[in-house]
Design a protein around this ligand. Sequence first.
Ligand code: GDP
Length: 310
Amino acid sequence: MDKASSIFVAGHNGLVGSAILRKLRAAGYSNLITRGRAELDLTRQVATDAFFAEHRPEYVFLAAAKVGGILANNTYRADFIRDNLYIQTNVVDAAHRNGVKKLAFLGSSCIYPKFAPQPMHEDHLLTGILEPTNEPYAVAKIAGIITVDSYRRQYGLNGISLMPTNLYGPGDDFNLQTSHVLSALLRKFHEAKASGAPNVTVWGTGTPRREFLHVDDLADAALHLMLHYDEPGIVNVGVGDDLSIAELAALIRDVVGYEGEIVYDTSKPDGTPRKLLDVSRLHATGWKAQIGLREGIERTYRWFLENPSD
Ligand code: GDP
């Protein structure tokens, strides 16, 4: 891939796609192709095919997906499996039939079994039952991995599959019904501070552990792996370190400067007890995350303040 290569960033309005686009622009890539959902619906095979046949991108970052936090995943189960299966199947097949030189598929750490040994190594894929709250999404992403590998084996498509841990950063979803925990808590603490509320409610018990990667680090890793990694199977993209939801809540409370109490709503699900990635394969490629969690949360909070949503 060189600076003049044509590169399609699928999903460029989302958290991941927008970060990849920023990264590519900053690194001097000038032939970038993007399409909003209104212009190109990737769940439609005919439209996806026509787009690839017309533009013939050389490289594809497949960051288009239906994503959400624990509540959205658990509520819109049919939508999560359907949209993700459609999008990835259409894009991978069109990439193959239109001569794409390389494709990077973005998955998620929820593809691993609910009780996988920690940290979770790439070899733990398909070794146990999945977490029920996001099983439809996880099954779709696992199908995406197998799709990419199958096109590699049968047709020689140069596809790689990256499995990021929980992501956060500018462009995140701050809607409390659909968001992941980090952005949700930033918003909750911010609003509680502004209104003088005596406490903030955190879902679940506070004991589940999660790992968080700033999306600018993920974008940097995605470019690095597009340039330097060519293996079948999957590669984890994380920081190799985690904390409990209670510790995360305390950190966010501190960053926001809120002085009230934290209360736990144990009627809400905890989800997977722990999701920490083994990042030795990633580190062996010469890449390591750079943005510390506190610094990343501070940057995200500034972005949230400058980009108010409703
Ligand atoms: P998960 O990593 O797929 O489970 O997705 P989430 O980021 O949505 O949730 C991670 C953990 O944070 C779960 O144990 C949630 O119950 C917990 N959590 C605590 N408060 C919140 C909240 O306000 N929103 C969300 N989405 N999760 C929360």
